[in-house]
Every structure is written in C-alpha cells, then in structure tokens.
Design a protein around this ligand. Structure first.
Ligand code: DGL
Length: 266
C-alpha cells in the first residue's frame, strides 16, 4: 500500500480529463495536479522546448512526494517522455499506450483516426504504436491546433467549435474511420462537437480517461493503491491566473475547485 498522492500534469486544463476519471475510479487517492497555464499551448513548440517544459512539470510534482506521475498531455507524452523517463525513478505514465491499445482492440474496420496537436502528429508516435499493436490498421492523422485555444477559453460546444471541427475532421470522416483517438487531452472537452461532426458510429477514445484506467491497473499490480478510507484530496497548481482555470475546471469536474487552486511561478 502506498498513500502518497498521484501527480498529474498538462499544459493547461486538458489533464483534468484524467483527474475526473481518477476521482471516479480511485476515490481514496490524493491527487496533485499541475496545469502549466502560463505556457500553454505546448503543441506548436519545438521538441527542445517541449522536453524542457515537461521536465520542469515533472520536477514540480516531485516536490509533493508523488508515487506515480501521469503525463496527461498528448504532446508531452509523444514528444518528451522517451527522453525523460530514464532520468527519474518515479513511474511516469503517458497517454499513448492505453489509448492505442483500446483503439487497436476495439476497431471493427481497422481504420483508426488520430487527432492531436502539431507536435503530437509530427512525432508520428501514435501511428507507430497503433501499427505495432495492429499491423493491418490504416491510420489517418490530423493536427487540430485551434482546439486547445478554444477549450482553454471555455468554448466546449459552441458554434465556433462546430465550424472548426467540421473543417478539421471532414478528411477523417471521408476516410471512413470507425475509431477516433482524441490524442490531445484537451479534446474530450470538445467531445460533443467532435462527436456530432463524426457521427454516432465513430468511437471516440479519450486519452486522459484511458490513462486513468491504466494507472489504476498499474497501481494495483504493484500493490501501490491507497488503503485510506477517507475521500482523497485534490490540489491544483497553475502557473498563471487561477480564475479562468477555477471556473472552467469546476464546470468540467462538476464540483467547485476554487479553494484548492494555487498559483505558482514556473
Ligand atoms: N493537452 C495537451 C495535449 O494533450 C496540450 C496541448 C497544448 O498545450 O498544445 O497535447
């Protein structure tokens, strides 16, 4: 048993998709979240910068005696984790493995779409992993850089999101994908708009959600689940103003988080 907290980070709000699932699946775990809102977005930055930011995010969380880190960021997971994991002794989970494994085992027609930031799509990591798991798959990728800014500004299912989604997603729809990996953890915030463009037959895979399920299995296998009988606590740290994050985060998590959000300099 290990009652230390789980650390989760993202460039902003997106990693809350993983936190929401952790609260639900592992209600006795404490969670420390870091959203690097002062430097969001990561997805259009150079590889070197994404690696540096990701390293700093991990180092920040390690101050809280963390037992497991979830890099709840598709960009950090695909661009930086291969380089950074060997530098730390704490287990670090990215979001790619669980999402690709679910996509590979649930697709019916083998046509899998992946959307993500430019950094994620250019890294080719999702494609590589899907083809390792299912060599006969056909993978269709599309960078959707505007989605992160829309989500960070509270546009979850508005007309502007639907117009942008139509523009980005029509090639994937035409390709006949039956499974779409939301390869950036911000995108589930826009899932209604994305789902309405793709149509009901397309299975949307939420990478934050899949990573949380994977984390539960991993902690269980390693006998690292908390044995506390109290409801776990959640603390949130951001590197820019707390107001926007608190309001949007409370809406998304379905509970007020204002008092648990703190600003830090990063
Ligand atoms: N939520 C992130 C991701 O999964 C970050 C997006 C960004 O900062 O550009 O890629």
């Amino acid at each position: 048993m290990d009652n230390r907290p789980i650390g989760v980070f993202d460039s902003g709000l997106g990693g809350l998709t993983a936190v929401k699932r952790i609260i639900n699946l592992l209600p006795h775990e404490d969670v420390v979240y870091f959203g690097d809102t002062g430097r969001v977005p990561y997805g259009n930055r150079s590889r070197e910068t994404i690696i540096r930011y990701t390293k700093e995010d991990i180092e920040f969380l390690l101050k809280y005696d963390i037992k497991l880190i979830i890099a709840a960021c598709g960009t950090a997971s695909s661009v930086a984790l291969d380089d950074l994991k060997p530098l730390f002794s704490v287990p670090i989970l990215g979001v790619l493995e669980a999402a690709c494994s679910t996509a590979a085992t649930t697709t019916r027609n083998g046509r899998i779409g992946v959307i993500g930031t430019s950094g994620t799509i250019n890294s080719g990591k999702y494609r590589e992993l899907i083809l390792t798991l299912l060599p006969t798959a056909q993978v269709f990728e599309k960078a959707c850089p505007l989605f992160v800014s829309l989500a960070e500004n509270g546009h979850f299912n508005t007309d502007v999101v639907r117009i942008v989604a139509e523009e980005y997603l029509s090639p994937l729809k035409e390709a006949g994908v039956d499974t779409l990996i939301l390869g950036c953890t911000h995108y589930p915030l826009l899932a209604e708009a994305i789902g309405s463009v793709m149509g009901g037959g397309v299975n949307l895979i939420d990478t934050g959600d899949e990573a949380a399920k994977f984390a539960k299995r991993l902690l269980d296998e390693r006998c690292m689940l908390s044995d506390s009988d109290k409801t776990g606590t959640c603390s949130f740290f951001v590197s820019d103003s707390i107001e926007n994050f608190s309001v949007l985060g409370s809406t998304f998590l379905g509970r007020p988080i204002e008092l648990a959000v703190h600003k830090v300099s990063q």
